[in-house]
Design a protein around this ligand. Sequence first.
Ligand code: SF4
Length: 279
Amino acid sequence: MANPEEHRHRRAGRGDGDACAALARLSLEVSACRACPRLVAWRERVAVEKRAAYADEDYWGRPVPGFGDPAARLLVLGLAPAAHGGNRTGRIFTGDRSGDWLYAALHRAGYANQPTSVAVGDGLELTGAWVTAGVRCAPPDNKPTPAERDRCVANWLVPEGDLLRDLRVVMALGQFAWDVAWSRFGPGRGAAPRPRFGHGAEASLAGPERPSGRGAGPERPSERGAGPERPSGPAWLLGSYHVSQQNTFTKKLTEPMLDAVLARARELTGAGTDRHAAR
Ligand code: SF4
C-alpha cells in the first residue's frame, strides 16, 4: 500500500521549513516504532485478521502519525487510532465513523478543504489544524495502559508539540485526551491540579513555569536542527466529548455541540483569515 508519508506533508511549505522537515522525519520515525510489545502485537494481528468488509484491503498495521498543517494553531487530540480506521488506512481518524464526524466538523469550521476522510490520497488538506492522538497504535478495546500512554506521549507527542510552533489551542476529544493534553501542555507539564473535563470545558495552559518543551522530553533525531526554541506553547485547552460512535449515535455529542467547540477554538486562535471558505 502507499506510504501515508508521501501525502502527509505536501503543504509543508506553509510553515517553517526546518520544522516541517523535522515533522516529516518524525512521522517516519513514529511509523516504525515498536516500543510497546502488547500494542505492536495487537495492531499487527488486526491487520492480518481484518474486518470482513475490508478483507481485500492491505491494512497499514503500524503506528499512525499526526496529520495536518505544520503551521497549525489548533491541535485536535484524540485517544488512539481505531483498529479498522487509522490502523487500516494509515491516517488518523480516517476510514471510520469517528473520522467522518470529526473531519465534517473541521470542514464546517473552515479547517478542512473537504468533509470526508476516506483514505490517504483522497485530497484532504487541513489549514490551521493538526490532528493527532495521545497513543499512536490501535489498542485492544481502545484501552492503552498508563505505561503505554506515557511512553507514547514522551516519545512522540512531546517532540511533535515542540515542532508545531504556532499552536495556540489544544482541543481534547474525551477525558483520556484531556488528561494527556494537560500532562503534555499544562503548566509545569501537568504538575498543576488538572481542571475538570467536560464538553465545552476551557482551561488556561499558561503558567509561570511554562516549559519551553524541547528540553523536557527525550531528544530525538527529528529535533536536531529544527531551529530555535519555541517561545511559548498553546495557551488554551478545550474539551469536547469524543466523536465516537457511542457518543454520536446516542446524541451525547451532536453536530451543533461539536461546532460550538470548534467555533470557540477559532475564536481563541484568532485565525479567521485562514478559512478555506475565504480563499
Ligand atoms: S503506542 Fe506509541 S510508543 Fe508504543 S509502540 Fe505504538 S507508537 Fe510506539
